[in-house]
Design a binder for this molecule. Structure first.
Ligand code: AMP
Length: 595
């Protein structure tokens, strides 16, 4: 610990001078959270004063919070659609931001079935980079010696498109991995990955995953931490190993790369790394051919100290599976971010998943909080609260004003205040509003599910059959997980009831009706399995109601839940299943937007 004691941090003794500076920065920002927020808002308003959007609200040059809040409305993506569309169509005037929009980041949140397009500007990359640079200094406080080995991270780029006006549209991580910030990052002993850039940057997800797994196996003793962005991604990597270990072992035995991996940059890079290793090939084959995969992560990568993966929010459903594969390794959720803006980090990353709180960094954007307990939280009258004024125990929806030109924009995340670090609040991620079903980054809401059921049930009319009731469930016991839709049918002509083929087509029709993030997960990422319809016995939904009423629900107010995840209820439904049907083909998906 050769760090000057003057650089020591209240968060703990830093591992090196670079870490000391990062921790000091966190302290400065969180101690002065309110002043930083005031400065951030004033900078955003001053530089964008001449934009069409801000001029509309006649701020008259004011950059203070009171004027801003009194003049600008709180908005959602739908309110901004016209402006976004103009930018996408090539209007380069200063509509939202004085700085040119450099590209669109495609959110996993959708609007009318397509990914939302978030405008961004070049300098936002620096702000994201700054947040990334704080993660390892915090982690080093809790896990010593991470400079003595490497991280095995499964990182991927996804397809990108151009808008009619020629701007790139791609996910924020694809934008980051393809940037010089990532590609030409300086050597940092605390942040060395086993995956070569060539593999991360390869757009073919099979080639990319194969190579990243191979490199991780080659360096199995050096791996100290293992991760992916979201839990679903890490589980997919384990499944990939299950399916491909014999080919991987063959490559290791022969010292030559599987000819299927044709990407030239990967082949050149692997030619430098791969040498025949019989012992390693034998070991991989012996471990992977066992029926029992419990603890496979620690068996193959015995020096792993923790999993670096988000298991908060919708990803919490994967905790038991990851515990099984990793023999209970700690899971670190390090940051909270979105396409709109990167928000903050977890200052206690080795805590239990249920205790994760994210500290919002006040320099990233101007943050406001819409109290979520209010019965009428859409109302104009509800007062939004500033970052330092939120109250412990209360829930709020996050509202942001960004340098890139989102003003009082509702993100759609509900957060609960758990405490403070200095004057910066810390938040538990409670949920994303209106999300019914999610397996990977897909987010399906009630209206989308309803539409999908309606469209699919049209296929039943020629069989004189209708869907009387339905509910759904995200089944993550299969890998990849898949949507299960329970249907109770009214079959009027038993002799001509819909058969398995018809119900299989209903599954596909539902998938065709779901949003593009779902269909991309099915088609390109293979992160979501075929949708399943389980037909339940007549009367099952009555029983479901009886069950809810026996547990205290009011008979007058009872509504069929459109998604169920309470085990006794899924058990009840499963015990009444008469037949089950799967989508027999892939739905339609291309990177191009439908509109
Ligand atoms: P996207 O717009 O596709 O980048 O998705 C961003 C959204 O992912 C956020 O608004 C959250 O709903 C969710 N998210 C991001 N980070 C976390 C996290 N650490 N825990 C839970 N949910 C998260």
């Amino acid at each position: 610990m050769a760090v000057d004691s003057a650089l020591s941090s209240p968060l703990g003794p830093p591992a090196c001078e670079k870490d000391a500076k990062a921790l000091q920065f966190i302290e400065e920002m969180t101690r002065n959270a309110d002043a930083v927020q005031e400065r951030v808002l004033s900078e955003i308003l001053a530089r964008n004063a001449e934009t069409e959007y801000l001029k509309r609200f006649e701020l008259g040059g004011s950059t203070d919070r009171e004027t801003y809040k009194s003049k600008l409305p709180v908005i959602t993506y739908e309110d901004l659609q016209p402006e976004i569309q103009r930018i996408a169509n090539g209007d380069r005037s200063a509509i939202l931001s004085a700085h040119p929009i450099s590209e669109f980041l495609t959110s996993s949140g959708t609007s009318a079935g397509e990914r939302k397009l978030m405008p961004t500007i070049k300098e936002e990359l620096d702000r994201r980079q700054l947040l990334y640079s704080l993660l390892m200094p915090v982690m080093n406080l809790y896990v010593p010696g991470l400079d003595k080995g490497k991280g095995l991270y499964f990182l991927f780029v996804k397809s990108e498109t151009r808008t009619p006006g020629g701007l790139l549209a791609r996910p924020v991580l694809t934008s980051y991995y393809k940037s010089d910030h990532f590609k030409t990052r300086p050597y940092d002993p605390y942040n060395v990955y086993t995956s070569p850039n060539e593999a991360i940057l390869c757009s073919d997800s099979f080639h990319s995953m194969y190579t990243q797994m191979l490199c991780g196996l080659l360096e199995r003793h050096h791996v100290l931490r293992l991760g992916a962005v979201f839990a679903s991604g890490l589980i997919r990597a384990i499944k990939f190993l299950q399916l491909n270990w014999s080919n991987l072992a063959r490559d290791i035995r022969s010292g030559t790369l599987n000819p299927k991996i044709s990407d030239p940059a990967i082949r050149r890079r692997l030619a430098e790394i791969l040498v025949p290793d019989n012992d390693l090939a034998d070991f991989i084959s012996a471990e992977c051919s066992k029926d029992n995969w419990e603890g496979i992560i620690t068996r193959i990568w015995p020096n792993t100290k923790y999993l670096d993966v988000i298991v908060t929010g919708a990803m919490a459903q994967y905790i038991p599976t990851l515990e099984y594969y990793s023999a209970g390794l700690p899971m670190a959720c390090t940051m909270y971010a979105s396409s709109e803006c990167y928000f903050g980090l977890n200052l206690n990353p080795m805590c239990k998943p249920s205790e994760v709180s994210y500290t919002i960094m006040p320099n990233m954007a101007y943050f406001e909080f819409l109290p979520d307990y209010h019965p009428n939280s859409n109302s104009e009258e509800v007062k939004l609260v500033d970052l330092v004024d939120v109250e412990i125990g209360k829930e709020y929806e996050l509202v942001i004003t960004t340098y890139a030109g989102l003003y009082r924009y509702r993100v759609g995340d509900i957060l609960r205040v758990t405490g403070f670090h200095n004057s910066a609040p810390q938040f538990h991620f409670v949920r994303r509003k209106n999300v019914l079903l999610s397996i990977d980054s897909d987010k399906t809401d009630e209206a989308e599910l309803q539409k999908a059921v309606e469209n699919a049930s049209k296929l039943l009319s020629e069989f004189n059959t209708s869907v009387v009731e339905y509910t759904s469930y995200a089944d993550t016991k299969t890998i990849p997980g898949h949507y299960v839709i329970y249907w109770e049918l009214l079959v009027k002509d038993a002799a001509n009831a819909p058969n398995d083929d018809v119900l299989g087509r209903c599954c596909l029709e539902m998938e065709e009706s779901l949003n593009s993030v779902y269909r991309q997960g099915r088609v390109a990422d293979n992160s979501i399995g075929p949708l399943e319809i389980r037909v339940v016995k007549t009367g099952t939904f009555e029983e479901l109601m009886d069950y809810a009423i026996s547990r205290g629900a009011s008979i007058n107010q009872y509504k069929v839940p459109r998604c169920v995840n309470f085990t006794p209820i899924t058990e009840l439904l499963d015990s009444r299943v008469v037949s089950s049907h799967f989508s027999l083909a892939l739905p339609h998906w291309t990177p191009e937007r439908r509109r």
